[in-house]
Design a protein around this ligand. Sequence first.
Ligand code: M6R
Length: 604
Amino acid sequence: MCGIVGIVGTEKVTDRLIDGLKRLEYRGYDSAGVAVLNGSGLKRARAKGKIASLVDALEKDPIDGHAGIAHTRWATHGKPNINNAHPHFAGKVGVVHNGIIENYQDIRRELNGRNFSTDTDTEVIAHVMDEALKSGLTSKEAFSQTLKKLRGAYALGIMVDDEKDEIFAARAGSPLAIGIGNGEMYLGSDALALAQLSRELIYLEEGDWAVLSPAGYEIFDENDQPVKRDVTVIQAGAMSASDKGEYEHYMLKEIHEQPITVNATLKAYLGADDFTETARKIDFTAIDRLVIIACGTASYAGEVAKYWFEQIAGLAVDVDIASEFRYRQPVLSKNSLFVAVSQSGETADTLAALRYCKQAGIPTAALVNVMTSTMAREADIALPLNAGPEIGVASTKAFTSQLTALATLAVLAASQRAAIDEDGIAKLTEQLSSLSNLVSKALTTSADIAKLAEALAPAKHAFFLGRGAMTPVAFEGALKLKEISYIHAEGYAAGELKHGPIALIEQDVPVIVIAPHDELFEKTVSNMQEVAARGARIYLFTDEDGAKAAGHMAHSVIVLPKTGKFLAPLVQTIGVQLLAYHTATALGTDVDQPRNLAKSVTVE
Ligand code: M6R
């Protein structure tokens, strides 16, 4: 989490740093700050909250210079107040940091003569480097020595108040890129941060550190040896940040983009006559198990995919939450394919799981929306989502693109493994081709769902139930509602409720049941009866047949388009996305930047 930008050159930097920070606000918005070198020392401005507050602070008290570092924070250590906002200063040193310094308490104890003015882990970095400078080291030597004292994860931008305009940068566990300019050099957490500054980027590798100056850059590896790293040229337009267009929120826009985005995803994997080269990068006959690892919404895409791969292709699938995976010493087989699913391609836990598998010699693939991301660069096979930039913190179109890609790959797996005949494959690919239309039709339920959301908004708790592949859709529905409306919501497999959670059902507790009319429908209806008998207020998300069969039992019914069993999770997802969105707007919450969250979670 947290976003970093840096510029060192000959022109003024503050406005451009702020522009870069705005592009990184998806990484956190607890506080923001900027520091510049302007010939009369290091100056900084900081503000609590979003970047708009920093802009206000800068209007009242402007600062500028020819070198600067800036930061938008997602708080880990220390409250999100102005005092804990980066950049942190100690003596001659100013630092911005993304990551967590795990040994910061030890370092504080070692530096017990020093005054610490924040509650952050980051501040120790500035103190350690300042101490090193005081011992007579050059800035470069002091930086290298400082890095050796740090344990944990970091992307760093550091400036020193001396005669040189330089930025020191380092990467360990958190992503960081250098941008090359004309008489200027840039630093950013990702390509998006640098989109207006440079298209020639160098992604620092693990353990790398660098010195940037107007004249150029030097990169060193973790052993302080000078190294050359490839320059990646970012295609024009690839990083264009989209605007909200006619929509009130990015999330609503992204929900409505889905007929287009699922098609864009599909095209990457399925051509007019056959599966594409991209899809065929995976040989499903060479493996006997898929290990899908992800976090949050992306992990629910994996859970849906488990049903598809197992039912359609007869291929065993394990789905694991990335933050747990590597710590439980998983038993891995070389005949498995590890698939990291991630919108950002930067999620710290998912990336760590990918590296864990690579180290164990397991083939790896990364299904990501950002093809310049660390996961895309490090996995053996990079698979695109093609959903376009997703700005809303609550993931919507990336989720349906993950589902679309995984559904298509499940059909490819079935074909390669001859799990179903050609006729069966043709029927499934035909259904995939109709997906965009189905999603368009599903979106027409928006007004009905908005009415339902008015009724849901006063609730303190809500339950989402599903069976089969609808279970992870229920999880996703609950997650979406929690993250943007702040209503406590839980998703359950409908059959599991009676094993404990049903104790929470009382008069008028909302239970959202996701039940298209499939072979499990009647079983889900029995579970509906069980909660209805205990006073639950049922909101049924189903299709026409389901509405006919069980609509009378529900307080409200949302009729989504009828599909075969295969695509039902994708279509039902649209319903729960709209429900979360409309409930949040009914409550007036900050839909695109909900409290406490960040789009890209780059710390463990
Ligand atoms: O970028 P990733 O897909 O790896 O992110 C994973 C989760 O952090 C993400 O899906 C999160 O759960 C979203 N806020 C859900 O809306």
